[in-house]
Design a protein around this ligand. Structure first.
Ligand code: PHE
Length: 451
């Protein structure tokens, strides 16, 4: 069994595949709107600190768990300690929460692509255009379904080879285009204020919510705390340098998020003013701001088409890896073949995703904790489930299998210089911090404290 497990061909293959899963809507859509909302520079600073501490520790842990056990998430925890089998199952729940709403946003991206292709860029610059679209009962649902069909279609056909090859080619284009747009956006009149807002930490904006939001974003963006990196680690060869790979994936993911912020936040200042209302737009920010940027440039339609095409591509590669996970969980659990499991996952995605889409319009009366359904699912996964999974993983490593187990796996390649830091983080700092932040977030959401 073990010998047959497929492996990434080399370190680069692993890094690109992991980065392909990591880089998606989280970087391009979610990171900029959170940074805008939670005080710009201070959010960026907190995020970067968390990335090199929490992000590093958790990713090292997950990849080592996978490579050591050669099992994906459900089996990996269980193999090392029977009592922790439940943690694998808990981690599996996360993609079930994320994928439906991820696909709703994917649908919005397709819509914007068609808007630009059909030459309606001008209309899309209107502030009400986006809201007008997502509040409709039918159109956003249709685009959502198109996105799901594309994703599940690929998963069923298993043309992953093609997808992986394509992402190797398209990812560099995405980086170049994002860089180009960031530069263009910074050069707009009035944008400098936005650059300052984004880069200069203003400590008066700091609160526990900033940390929680940044932490949730970190997990989401790096595909952590949901077992995906365990699975990826299980395909990694022993001779590939684990620590170096982790650093590269993290650096890549963070760089794209950083650039996306630089592309969007200065544009909010240039085109909509830097008011709290303009910055606090939330999930709609990218869709409201970017059309204005494109409209102000020569060849904006073409640049817009290229941009949304690449975002769609990044979203699809991530959605495919999420859906692939769901399908494999379902087929392992029920012993069904791939097609049947895919069909069940497809129905599940529609059953949850359609209400999420309608939640912006005719079903907006469904507002758990006062949030839209999309924000609610996002909260549930990023602010509740993922911190819990991360916390339990730290306890599992810190006190049950012991940090040694992970350190030894890293040291298969070379001495793990940061092993003391790793041990202290995983045993003490991370668990305490995760619990504190989780309690705080839940209390805040339940209205028990007001910030
Ligand atoms: N990390 C991806 C993003 O930033 C989302 C994702 C999570 C994809 C988990 C796959 C698995 O968009």
């Amino acid at each position: 069994m073990e010998k047959k497990r497929s492996k990434f061909s080399d370190k680069l293959g692993f890094v690109l595949a992991a980065a392909g899963s990591a880089v998606g809507l989280g970087n391009l859509w979610r990171f900029p709107y959170l940074a805008a909302k939670y005080g710009g520079g201070i959010f960026l600073l907190v995020y970067l600190i968390l990335a090199v501490t929490f992000g590093f520790v958790l990713m090292i842990t997950e990849i080592s768990l996978g490579r050591k056990t050669r099992l994906s998430v459900i089996g990996a925890y269980q193999k090392l300690d029977k009592r922790f089998g439940f943690l694998g199952i808990l981690a599996c729940l996360v993609p079930f929460v994320i994928t439906p709403y991820y696909s709703v946003i994917g649908g919005w991206v397709i819509k914007y692509l068609t808007v630009f292709v059909t030459g309606q860029m001008q209309a899309a610059t209107n502030d009400d255009f986006f809201t007008g679209f997502i509040t409709q009962p039918l159109a956003p649902v249709i685009f959502f379904i198109i996105f799901v069909v594309m994703t599940v279609g690929v998963v069923v056909l298993g043309v992953q080879g093609g997808i992986e090859k394509a992402s190797r080619i398209m990812m560099p284009f995405l980086i170049v285009l994002t860089l180009f747009l960031a530069i263009f956006s910074i050069m707009q009149p009035g944008a400098m204020e936005g650059v300052i807002y984004y880069l200069k930490p203003d400590f008066s904006h700091f609160s526990a919510t900033t940390v929680l939001a940044a932490l949730g974003q970190l997990f989401y963006s790096m595909s952590l705390a949901m077992g995906i990196m365990i699975t990826y680690g299980s395909y990694m060869k022993k001779e590939n340098d684990l620590e170096a790979s982790v650093r590269q994936v993290e650096a890549f993911d963070t760089a794209i998020a950083f650039l996306a912020g630089l592309m969007i936040i200065p544009a909010v200042f240039a085109f909509s003013g830097g008011s709290e209302e303009a910055l606090g737009k939330g999930p709609s920010l990218m869709f409201i701001t970017l059309p204005k940027v494109f409209n102000s440039m020569g060849l904006g339609t073409i640049v817009g088409i290229a941009f949304f095409l690449l975002v769609l591509f990044a979203a699809l590669t991530s959605a495919i890896s999420l859906t692939e996970t769901l399908v494999s969980i379902v087929s392992d659990k029920f012993g069904w073949e791939r097609r049947k499991s895919s069909l069940v996952v497809f129905v599940y995605l529609l059953a949850v995703g359609i209400p999420v889409s309608l939640g912006f319009g005719i079903w907006s009366f469904i507002a758990p904790l006062g949030m839209s359904l999309l924000d609610f699912f996002d909260f549930l996964s990023n602010s509740v489930l993922m911190p819990i999974v991360a916390f339990l993983t730290c306890i599992f490593v810190g006190y049950f299998i012991k940090p040694r187990t992970i350190i030894e796996e890293v040291e298969v390649n070379r001495p793990f210089k940061l092993q003391n830091f790793y041990t202290v983080m995983v045993k003490f700092i991370a668990p305490v911090f995760l619990v504190a932040i989780l309690v705080f977030a839940v209390m805040e959401a339940l209205g028990m404290i007001v910030v």
